[in-house]
Design a protein around this ligand. Sequence first.
Ligand code: SDX
Length: 437
Amino acid sequence: MMNKNSEAILNFENKEIALPVICGSEGEKALDISTLRKSTGLVTLDQGFANTASCCSQITYIDGEKGILRYRGIPIAELAAKVSFVDVAYLLVHGTLPTEKERMDFSSLLNYNSLLHEDMRHFFDHFPKGAHPMHILSTMVNAMAAFYPTVDVTATARNIEHSCARVISIVRTIAAFAYKKSIGEPIVYPRHDLSYCANFLNMMFDSPVKPYHISPEAVRLLNVLFIIHADHEQNCSTTAVRAIGSAQVNLYSTIAAGVSALSGPLHGGANQAVIEQLRMIMADGDVDKFIRKAKDKNDSFRLMGFGHRVYKTYDPRAEIVRKECEKYLKETGINDPLLDIAHKIEEIAREDSYFVERGLYPNVDFYTGILYRAMGIPENMFTVMFALARLPGWVAHWREMIGDSTKIVRPRQIYTGRTPSEVGSEIENFSPPSLLI
Ligand code: SDX
């Protein structure tokens, strides 16, 4: 719900232009500049869109100053403590937590759509050994567009419902198959009698010669980890999904774009980069040196897992993961020296004015890798875990976008290149090559 309850006056070139100020349901205010260019000839410039809302959305609310994260109005800590990932996926996509019947129907849809098309299985035989699972994932998700009925803004409600469940479910199968292929083990098919997270763990770790014991604690932990990653308003990959989807691209290719965006080390790839960085710092032994490097403007080194575009306080998700991580390692007797390094970095940074003044705190990626390691998830699958978890968020935003707007995403720019006078007679003096050779 948003309302236009005031306006801002812009004075420009001796003209006064009134721009409406809209207010969101949590009191956020925005200048509606949709008539700006028409009435003034001006556009706005905002590198990285740090000050620009690209849309109105009812899915997720973040207050970066207070460390608040809510999915459809429900605080993340309550969801992580009380609800399953499948219920959260339903909440994000449909707007409310499911009734018992809605949960049964949604779970059946996920189960029915968990098998990968058998002809797609052979794709795995042709990826080079050592291919990063995120590249395999984005390729396979895009290929779904060739194997399943296309679904875009013109699809029927039923097709959209089935396709959204399919992409949430099959991508989990693709991820597990990619892992099995990477270690040369036979793939393990999804089972109809297992829950979403238990199925994923079983597909990842079961083997014909060594049956996998599905630990209820590992299933609970995976539900929590998937829940806290499930959505995060207009982050880079969700913005990619909305932008690509706005051109009426089919759902699978749109989600593949989200997977690609998430793979970047400044975004979802950070959870793997954190572990690589902690290992490097541990090997070097001098934590203070790396804190200095992170603060040095002339050094490109950044503390991975630290800082956030929106959170200028502790990321509420990092809080949940850190507690779960400490608890799980203690209960399982795992002594991971990387956790000690992470604790030391956080302790130093929280007292250091450079980090405090910039609101740089651990984000969702800082502790997740240590917990995934303890759970036996291989490092090159960390960002894949993020992608699996983020699927309901991407799907929810895609559905909201196709329901809200038919406008293609096409920002303006400010041209700063050569003018004709600077080009001079370059084209006149240009001697084109023969087009025959
Ligand atoms: C995710 O958007 C989302 O919601 C993303 C996400 C989601 O759920 O979808 O939350 C998931 O992507 C989490 C972020 C994972 N990435 C990292 O951990 C990589 C390390 N972090 C940084 O690269 C950075 O903090 C970003 C990319 C996360 C945010 O970058 P911004 O908002 O563009 O911040 P900035 O670069 O403008 O930094 C502001 C200041 C700068 O210093 P000054 O120029 O003001 O002197 O803070 C400094 C930066 O140099 N800074 C850091 C730092 N992050 C920012 N300095 C050292 N180490 C860091 N990690």
